[in-house]
Design a protein around this ligand. Structure first.
Ligand SMILES: [Zn+2]
Length: 399
């Protein structure tokens, strides 16, 4: 028997917000549930189910949307849908059969996962990343092992250069019924138009605030007030909101980091350079690291943080920084109500106006470039130091 844990009543109580699409979760008596587990992506799910209908021939999908929107969770739903053994296609994914469980664990023998980062690491001596990508794709295009179709998942495709994208394009140009390509990207604008024209594009976007609030209250058992605060802070991005809900220490870290960045507006270069290093260290304490991870060789012993953890930490700092910059920008532009962190920082609007919208727009451009640099292997500390140089200087107001 299926019961529905509806949250429409909760949504209705959150006045002024969209109540569509409503959020419902199907739960069977033994606690297992069938269907997609991503919440609020009804349109994307319908599009995928239509595109992948058996009578539609072969198709490749590009799942895209901002970082933290829940692309990974949605891709897992699609993989389970494709792998599920339920006889009734309408009941897929059942989330109970062996294939569903393996698909959700990422260990299904017919699931192949690659990314530009993984290809770079998989290079043999003297081999280029393009050659490694070509080798990986040749392996991936082998025959299915346990079922009738292989799912080839490529993550972070925007990090692939044009030459690698061209290698992938060849595979997309020769589709076979035995392979389905699933591409994931934060920034589809950085993909070749020829790739984009070969795939069905599926956008995973922010959720209506009421939907996300209801989701956080139900799945993460948050009180309404906290769920509201998280929904606002995460800009409606479900993946990001749920990460905050599951690791509340990240929220404290984010507030501390943004407070420090605001304070740095009035400080000199020496303080800023020291802060770049401290911010990475503080964030890396929250980033899980493996004991065998690589260590950046140019760091003194006392601050040795594995390079992969440094990169993840610097990306987290940059994201918090970009969010703060956006909040200052919308406040400066006369819309302080749209600032996610307006409840945390009382003088956000005043500070935003003093810096001015043109300077804030320029800073956000630099921060985007810095973020790209860190993702494509720039030294994380040097990248943050470069960002510190463009962070505006605001004179301390005399009392
Ligand atoms: Zn199944």
């Amino acid at each position: 028997m299926v019961r529905t844990t509806g949250c429409a009543d909760l949504i209705a109580r959150v006045s002024g917000w969209s109540t569509e699409p409503t959020y419902t979760r199907q739960v069977t008596e033994d606690g297992a549930s069938g269907g997609f587990q991503s919440i609020g992506q009804t349109h994307a799910e319908t599009l995928v189910r239509t595109t992948l209908a058996p009578d539609r021939g072969t198709a490749s999908l590009l799942i895209h949307g901002p970082t933290g929107a829940g692309k990974g969770a949605f891709a897992t739903d699609v993989i389970a849908l494709l792998m599920c053994e339920a006889t009734d296609p309408g009941a897929r994914p059942c989330n109970e059969c062996r294939s569903c469980r393996l698909a959700r664990a990422g260990t299904h023998p017919d699931l192949v996962i690659g990314s530009p980062g993984a290809w770079q690491e998989a290079r043999s001596t003297g081999e280029s990343t393009v050659a490694a990508a070509r080798r990986w794709l040749a392996d991936a295009s082998g025959a299915p092992i346990s079922g009738t179709r292989r799912v080839v998942l490529v993550e972070q495709l925007e990090r692939a250069g044009e030459d690698i994208q061209n290698v992938l394009l060849k595979a997309l140009e020769e589709p076979t019924p035995r392979h389905l390509y699933l591409l994931l990207s934060d920034e589809p604008s950085r993909l070749l138009p020829t790739i984009r024209s070969r795939v069905q594009s599926v956008r995973i976007g922010p959720l209506p605030r009421g939907t996300l609030v209801a989701l956080l209250m139900d799945l993460d058992r948050l009180p309404e007030e906290q769920a509201l605060a998280l929904a606002r802070l995460s800009g409606g991005l479900a993946g990001r909101a749920r990460r905050f809900a599951q690791r509340p220490e990240w929220l404290d870290w984010r507030r501390t980091t943004q407070t420090e960045l605001l304070a740095l507006l009035t400080r000199g270069w020496a303080d800023r350079m020291a802060a770049a290093r401290e911010l990475i260290e503080q964030a890396s304490r929250l980033t899980p690291r493996s004991p065998t991870a690589d260590v950046a060789p140019d760091e003194p012993e006392a601050v040795r943080v594995p390079a992969s953890a440094q990169r993840a930490a610097a990306l987290a700092v940059t994201d918090a920084w970009i969010d703060l910059g956006r909040d200052l920008l919308v406040s400066a532009a006369g819309h302080p109500d749209q600032a996610a962190s307006r409840e945390l920082f009382a003088d956000l609007e005043q500070t935003g106006r003093r810096i001015g919208a043109p300077a804030l727009t320029a800073v956000l451009g630099v921060l985007d470039t810095v973020r790209d640099g860190i993702e494509s292997n720039a030294n994380p500390r040097l990248a943050l130091e470069a960002a510190m140089l463009t962070w505006p200087r605001v004179a301390v107001e005399q009392p």
